[in-house]
Design a protein around this ligand. Structure first.
Ligand SMILES: [Ca+2]
Ligand SMILES: [Ca+2]
Ligand SMILES: [Ca+2]
Ligand SMILES: [Ca+2]
Length: 244
């Protein structure tokens, strides 16, 4: 941690891949100071429970650990992706997202996303990738409330290949922060002869047109136009989306 003059306030260190991802979150321990996450995605619970990954939740005020969240399955590598979210279960304590696009619970590198209870680190709900190498949660971002239930929602990028040997077109999906229900699926776009190759490699959200509804920026750095000179890269901006 670094103070306003650029001096290091605290130096934290842990095992291999400690610090792979970090994220600021809102105040989970009610001391009115925002808190933060540091992941250690190579964490072995034991010799027989390898590479489950661990996410440390730290007090922003003191840089001391509050609790940890550990992957439940071997090779989860939990903590490859992290994000703030906001309170999604109505206890006024902000919740957050801990994820891993290389988790192989359902298929090799299908991906895993946990919405974590900020109060105690338990899982409120989870998403898993639908097929090998789809890389669910390579990117994730919180959004404001899309479906009008009063709780924030989130957008998750799924940029990987659907089957071995073919280019993935990628996807980005908006899910309910409260339940995990699918609210919207951004699927591939074509512009003339160009098409998505890795839609959802990066995602961001904000209200760009001031209508109170979340808008989205979806990155596809491999956006391709085979008849126009090859890969061109793209970032697509969506003003809102229908909640369905
Ligand atoms: Ca705090
Ligand atoms: Ca909460
Ligand atoms: Ca919502
Ligand atoms: Ca908007």
């Amino acid at each position: 941690m670094i103070d306003g003059t650029g001096a290091v306030l605290h130096h934290l260190q842990g095992g291999l891949l400690f610090g792979y991802t970090v994220a600021g979150i809102d105040d989970v321990d009610a001391d009115l100071v925002p808190d933060f996450l540091v992941s250690q995605s190579w964490y072995d619970v034991s010799r027989n429970k390898p590479r489950r990954g661990r996410v440390w939740v730290y007090s922003g005020a003191t840089a001391t650990p509050l609790y940890t969240v550990v992957g439940t399955t071997d090779n989860d590598y939990l903590g490859r992706t992290l994000s703030r979210l906001g309170d999604v279960n109505g206890d006024s304590i902000p919740d957050f997202i801990a994820a891993s696009y290389v988790s192989s619970q359902t298929a090799p590198q299908a991906g895993l996303l946990l919405v974590v209870n900020g109060k105690d680190g338990t899982t409120l709900h989870q998403l898993v990738g639908s097929a090998a190498s789809v890389w669910l949660s390579l990117s994730v971002a919180a959004t404001t409330d899309l479906d009008g239930d009063g709780f924030p929602d989130y957008v998750v990028g799924i940029p990987g290949v659907p089957t071995t040997g073919s280019n993935g077109l990628g996807a980005a999906r908006v899910h309910s922060g409260a339940s995990g229900a699918l609210l919207h699926d951004f699927v591939e776009t074509t512009v003339g002869s160009a098409f998505n190759v890795a839609l959802g490699y990066s995602v961001a959200s904000g209200d760009f047109n001031d209508d109170g509804k979340p808008d989205f920026v979806l990155g596809d750095p491999l956006f391709d136009d085979p008849f126009g000179g090859g890969p061109v890269g793209a970032a697509e901006i969506y003003l809102g989306c229908p909640a369905s």
